[in-house]
Design a protein around this ligand. Structure first.
Ligand SMILES: NC(=O)c1ccc[n+]([C@@H]2O[C@H](COP(=O)([O-])OP(=O)(O)OC[C@H]3O[C@@H](n4cnc5c(N)ncnc54)[C@H](O)[C@@H]3O)[C@@H](O)[C@H]2O)c1
Length: 374
């Protein structure tokens, strides 16, 4: 296994996550390397070169990176399926259209799909892979920071319904993840920062990561590929550790929801238009930190470091005014709510969290009001 490959072990099989500047340029070799020779049907083990290969991407990513991808995957031949960018595409209709294209292009059970794009492409591509012909192999080639540190690893796939986000999906692990931080060169700065907020969340779960982000903040914000590669490896290492122990979010995996309980409520309250996901998580993380402070769970100096690092990444879209009653209904509508009990992951220190239930929506609304007024 190459030095920078992180192993994820799940019931769906083990796989490697390669994080390396320049990995995209070696795609053909990496696809042949990563244990991908065994086809979905064991009766037809084939080398990658003989498997039908299809790439699912969005038009934005393809505009920037299509030519590089094409050169990198040569001499392998592939079918291209492009969707329009944006969360609005993450719906069942897109799954149907991609599946019909796959049929038309002759994709069979030995097919290998590559999801080349951000979290939207990854979630749709993984879901299509899990249901097309009852399941074909797929590889994640994530191109946003959020997708590299989070969504491409762990096997959660799915699409939105008109009534809510990620309500239809599956746990379906990729055969490999190939992440090249050089692709961030074309990523809008706001998308980069959204990924950095998710990385800070990882840092609150693992102290060494937090310290790394504090120390290398400037290099990260100016897209230094080596600094970003180290950050992605750290976050993926944490996620791999968690997912290997709890693939289906029975317990431990819930710690990854730090900042997400309030974050999801803010996203739905603003119709998914005001915040990028990572930005809503940033406010959620600060709210969780204040809730912990109010309960005397965390030392003020530790809490101050969390607030300061979030702020140091740049401006966030302002918080909406939200009443306790509205917040309560948003929190209860979250699919992670179990039996009417809302779980909050609160920091006890940088590197240590606890899951707490029984926090009144009133207290959460008060905390958000304090944050709204700075
Ligand atoms: N499966 C999981 O575990 C998981 C975890 C977190 C988030 N998600 C999902 O991820 C999605 C968000 O993902 P995202 O933030 O990557 O958004 P995204 O996929 O919409 O990408 C953001 C934008 O950046 C563009 N883009 C992507 N890579 C680029 C590049 N290298 N250069 C220039 N532009 C580029 C895209 O075209 C898009 O316009 C949400 O749907 C969320 O639900 C899933």
């Amino acid at each position: 296994m190459p030095a920078h490959e992180i192993k994820v072990r799940t019931a769906g099989g083990p796989y490697g996550v390669l994080v390396e500047p320049g990995a995209l340029a070696r795609l053909a070799a990496e696809l042949s390397n990563g244990g991908l020779k065994a086809a979905a049907t064991p009766s037809r083990p084939e080398p990658v070169a003989q498997r039908p290969l299809f790439v699912i991407t969005d038009s934005n990513v393809w505009k920037h990176w299509g030519r590089a991808f094409d050169a990198a995957v040569s001499p392998l031949r592939y079918g291209l399926i492009k969707i329009r960018p944006g969360e609005e595409r993450k719906k069942l209709e897109t799954v149907e259209r991609i599946s019909e294209r796959l049929v038309a292009l002759g994709a069979d059970r030995g097919t290998l799909l590559i999801a080349f794009g951000g979290g939207v492409v990854g979630d749709i591509g993984g879901f299509v892979a899990s249901v097309y012909l009852r399941g074909v192999d797929y590889v994640q080639a994530p191109t946003t920071l959020l997708a590299q540190i989070d969504s491409s690893v762990g096997g959660k796939t799915g699409v939105n319904l008109p009534c809510g986000k990620n309500l239809v999906g599956s746990f379906y692990q990729p055969k490999r993840v190939i992440a090249d931080p050089r692709v961030f060169r074309t990523l809008p700065q706001r998308e980069l920062r959204a990924g950095l907020y998710e990385a800070i969340k990882c840092g609150v779960l693992r102290r060494s990561l937090f310290v790394f982000i504090e120390e290398r903040r400037e290099a990260l914000l100016r897209k230094d590929p080596e600094a970003l590669a180290e950050l992605v490896r750290g976050c993926v290492g944490l996620k791999a550790w968690v997912v290997t122990r709890d693939e289906r979010e029975g317990g431990l995996r819930r710690i990854l929801n730090l900042g997400h309980t309030v974050g999801h409520a803010l996203e739905s309250e603003t119709g998914y238009r005001r915040f990028l996901h990572g930005e809503a998580v940033a406010w959620g993380l600060r709210a969780a930190t204040l809730l912990a402070e109010d309960r005397g769970m965390i030392r003020p100096a530790e809490a101050a470091r969390i607030h300061a690092l979030v702020k140091a990444m740049g401006p966030l879209p302002p918080l909406p005014r939200i009443s306790a009653a509205r917040l309560a209904s948003r929190l209860l509508a979250d699919k992670k709510t179990r039996g009417g009990a809302v779980h909050f992951v609160l920091p006890e220190a940088i590197g240590k969290v606890r899951i707490v239930t029984g926090i009144e929506p009133r207290s959460v609304a008060r905390v958000l009001e304090r944050l709204r007024h700075g």
